[in-house]
Every structure is written in C-alpha cells, then in structure tokens.
Design a protein around this ligand. Sequence first.
Ligand SMILES: *[C@@H]1O[C@H](CO)[C@@H](O)[C@H](O)[C@H]1NC(C)=O
Ligand SMILES: *[C@@H]1O[C@H](CO)[C@@H](O)[C@H](O)[C@H]1NC(C)=O
Length: 465
Amino acid sequence: MTSSFLWWLRVAVIVAMAVHSSPVSTAAERAPLRSKVFHSPPFTLSPGSVEGKYYGDIGFPRGHIALKDFRAELVDEAGNPVPLHDAYIHHWLVVRYYQRKRSGAAGPPREPPESLITGNASPSKGPPEYILAGNAGTCEKILRQTFGLGSETRRTVTWVPDPYGIEVGNPAEVPAGYEEKWMMNVHAIDTRGVVDRLGCIECRCEFYNVTVDESGRPLGKDYPGGVLCCHDKARCRTGEGSGGAPRKLFMRYEVKWLDWAAGIVPTKLYVLDVTDDGKRGPVASTDEFNDCQVEYHVAPCGREASGACIDSKRAFLVLPSGGNIVYAVAHQHRGGVGAALYGQDGRTLCSSTPIYGRGEKAGDEAGYVVGMTTCYPSPGSVKVTSGERVTLISNYNATEPHSGVMGFFYILVADPPESTVQLTGRLLHSNYFWVLLGGITVASAVVVLYRRRREIGQRYQSLAL
Ligand SMILES: *[C@@H]1O[C@H](CO)[C@@H](O)[C@H](O)[C@H]1NC(C)=O
Ligand SMILES: *[C@@H]1O[C@H](CO)[C@@H](O)[C@H](O)[C@H]1NC(C)=O
C-alpha cells in the first residue's frame, strides 16, 4: 500500500507539473509565426537633399501580438535596394502611440506632429489627441521608439528569441477612447554628386549652409554638425554636374509576429544613450528634464598621440527594473569601433561592434556601417537587477574628427522564468493540484483494494481445486 501510494504520488506530481508548465514550453511553438511586408509613404530625394519626415498611422499588424522581428531597408520604385552611397540612411524610428478615437464627422485624422517625439508639444486643454506608448526608458523624453536603426539596418539581426516577444496591442493597456497606431520617422540623405560624402552623412553644418536650427535659433560655434543641420528639407552641397535625377523612394519593412498566447514571455525594451550624462545638450535643449543629447562629437586625438587613437565616451545609467537580458545591440555611426554595456560589478552584459562594408552593393557598401553585431545570451546567463547602475561605453576611431555620432544600446529584458522551486511552491498552493492528488489517491486506493480482493478470490479458487 505505502509503496504503491508513493508511486502514484510521484506520478501525480509529475503530471500536475507537466500540465501546469506546458504552456510555458510549447505555446510559443504552437502559434504560427506571421509576417507581412509594408512600405512607408513615398518620398522624393534629389542630389544633396534630406528627407526627415514623420509618417503617422503606418501599415502595421494589429491586435494583441508579440513582435518578433522588424527588418527595414530603403528601396526604389522598382523595389531595388538603394545603396548607402546613393541614399544614406541616417536613421529610421518606429514609434507606438495611441490616437484618440474620432466620431465619423471629425474628418481624417491629422498626422501626429514631430513634437510628439521630440517632447516639445505644447500642453493643450482637454484629452490629448495623441499619447506616446514609449518604451521602458531610460531616455523617456526623446528616445521613444520600439525599433530604430540607421545605415546598419540591412545586416543587423533584430529577431526576438523564443519564448520572448515584444507585447503590443494589449487591450488592457490601450487607454479607453484611444486606438493603438504606429508612426515612422525616416531620415535619409541623398549623397549623389555631393562635394563631401562624409561631411554630408555626418551632417556638418558647413556643408548644409546652416547656421540656425529648424525653429530659427542660432547654433553655437561649438556645434560642428549633427541632426540640427541636416533636418528635413536641408540640402548638402553638391558639386558641378547633375548628380542624377530626383527619385521616389520608400522604406520597405517586414514585421514578424505571433498572436499573443500564454507562454510568450513579454520583454521590456530599454534604449540607453551614452550622452545621458545629466547635462543638457543642443538637441534636447528645450526639455528641462532630458539628459539624453542623442548625438555627440568626436575630437581628433591629434598627431602627437601615441598608441590607440580612440575616443571613449561613457555613461552610468540606472535600470529601473531588472531581469534576464535576452537580446542586445548597439547603434553607432561611421567611425564607431564598438560599444559595450557593463554591470555594476564590471561584468560584460553585451559588446556590440559595427560591421563595415567592403564592396559596392546595398548591404556591403565600402566604408559604411552596414551592420552591428548582436548579443543573444543563453537563457538566464546574463541578468540585471532592479536599480542596477550599468556602464555604457561607446568607442570611436578619433584619427579624424566626427560630428553627430551616436552611442545607443537597445536591450530587451525579460522577467526570469519561474524556477522549479517556485513552480512546485505554486503547485502546492493551487486547488487544482490538491483535487488532482485527491482523485489519484482515491483511484490508487481502489486499485489496491481491487487487487487485494482478486488475490483473496484466487486463494479461494485454489482452495476449491
Ligand atoms: C551657402 O551660403 C553661401 C553664402 O551665404 C552662398 O554663397 C552659397 O551659394 C550657399 N551654398 C549653397 C549650396 O546653398
Ligand atoms: C582609424 O581610422 C584610420 C583612418 O582614418 C585608420 O587608418 C585606422 O586603421 C583606424 N583605426 C581603427 C582602430 O579602426
């Protein structure tokens, strides 16, 4: 009786654990991976011109889903990839927002304003027209994107590994009276026929003939270049000759996703910025609380420098909440030689380096950053804790000066999956477990009694013989 009971108890525990934990291990595999290709609205670039618009309500999968991948690239009207030396992708951003639902008579919705992202929106009375969904930090005021890359877009892996996903469209999170939408910012520079390609892609103000920012404020002498000089409609200096005809381009992007299911583990996205140093910079100058300056400048190390000529910029940042890092990647511009993120105790959380192209074709353009290496730590091996002070270091080759460079780190952090001890603890607290255990105990008792009676019956039979 006792050994049989123990056997049944073991079976009961194993069955109950399997039943209880099966969604964690199999749901993500059961749901089919969906994918769809979308195009941004078209825009026209001619030699030297800059495109920097924000497009509201772009094509995007709807509903409660787990985003798994987002691949973007610039293409022409025939769908051919456009190489970076023709149209340089300074950056693109995909930003989630909520738009107030309108009654039928209200007319078509307005495009969400750029000020929504830059944080310069003036407060209005009544409920806001738009609310940014943002990410988990730590540049909440200016880096609000869910996805965003630059010239490296073609060769940077953005896959979110199983069983994780970026959860969006959760009806419980969309504010009442609003609907979830997405906008895209594309910043591209046509460098056909320009006098200085590097000067144009680094947005050096001298090549754009720009001395004031978009709203007319004078730029300081210490601002050699950056996004304030290569804004939408700015022009980079072109040489003699035409450089080529205007052409219509699109951002083509492929989204992969799963319908939301139990067992998909949601992740938090942090977008860290190496310029987040507590000082205010020109880009974020209108926002009192924002320490993220987005871009910075690399001064040349000079001829007298011996040894490595590297500009190393660092920031100490506090992560509001912790968990397992499941994916990480840095964003750097041309001249970048790598960025790394370290934990408070100095352990490396991720190191990500630029991949430089060597050829002509789109995806391999010589001298351009065509990809960034990524980190996929084996499950549970790289953790950060709530409130941990991490160090972000961004290194640039300082042989030449660089303006308007960036040092971001994207990290996806998931709550650690429940351990077996926690799972068993939760099992012992669930009614389901006790009902199952009770049922199995009764069943085993019945079997034991039945066997006894059969044995007794057989004994009588043998006696009868
Ligand atoms: C830039 O400005 C200078 C002086 O204002 C002018 O001579 C020059 O033509 C301008 N260049 C371009 C490309 O607009
Ligand atoms: C830095 O750039 C110079 C050319 O500007 C190049 O010769 C050198 O190899 C580069 N160094 C590194 C570490 O990439």
